[in-house]
Design a binder for this molecule. Sequence first.
Ligand code: SIN
Length: 282
Amino acid sequence: MRVEPLTCSIGAELVGVSLADAIHDDGVFAGIREALLRHRVLFLRGQDITAGEHVAFARRFGELEDHPVAGSDPEHPGLVRIYKSPDEPTPRYENSWHTDATWREAPPLASILRCRECPPVGGDTMWANMVLAYENLPQQIKDQIADLRARHSIEASFGAAMPIEKRHALKAQFPDAEHPVVRTHPETGEKVLFVNGFTTHFTNFHTPGRVRFGQDFNPGACDLLRFLITQACIPEYQVRWRWSPNSVAIWDNRSTQHYAVMDYPPCHRRMDRATVIGDRPF
Ligand code: SIN
């Protein structure tokens, strides 16, 4: 297996690896897992695998989860379909920096995304290294956020475009989750800046040190949260991947954010995503 880094900060292409082989070969799988921890997102081309093989490979990392809004392949539970077509009655947006499903108490460990069909140009995906984003924060900000916690909401994101009854039902099924603003990676021990497009507000910002009067609370907390969320937009933390059919991205969802660039309508784009259940951030 050759591991070819794509930037100085995140992302590597794996050359000479077959994901179909990695389903059964412990050595190949161990190499992929090690490279994933180091590079955070791995890319492979020419993976002409079946939906069953996609699921079987992803299951090597752990159990899979479906998505309450995006549908799954009925014959392969756990394989979420991210299909965009010009024929859709309501175009769905996707262009937002996020870490998958942080509105869950235990957000995913990893995702494995395979391209079935992509536009002739456009439709790239970008990832950002949120360990580096944390490391490069000014010390004064690190001190400020050390013990902060924040809410993550499916209602405020996927639910926002729904009629009120549907939105409330979604929230009843998936109540907002609360996570530390700085999480510790459970395998590497690294500190990760862990707020993203699903984060609505801090839950414990209101201390005498931060808030003199009630009206300090909202602007102070909003400005800080906005500053933290926009760290993913810094190009030095990013890698950008140009898709072709049968190319695959595997990302560590605990230490990255990603952004699907929606610059391709009116073309089709069809991606299958297997998402591995993770653990509760600490
Ligand atoms: C995702 O947000 O998980 C999907 C990314 C993509 O479609 O490129």
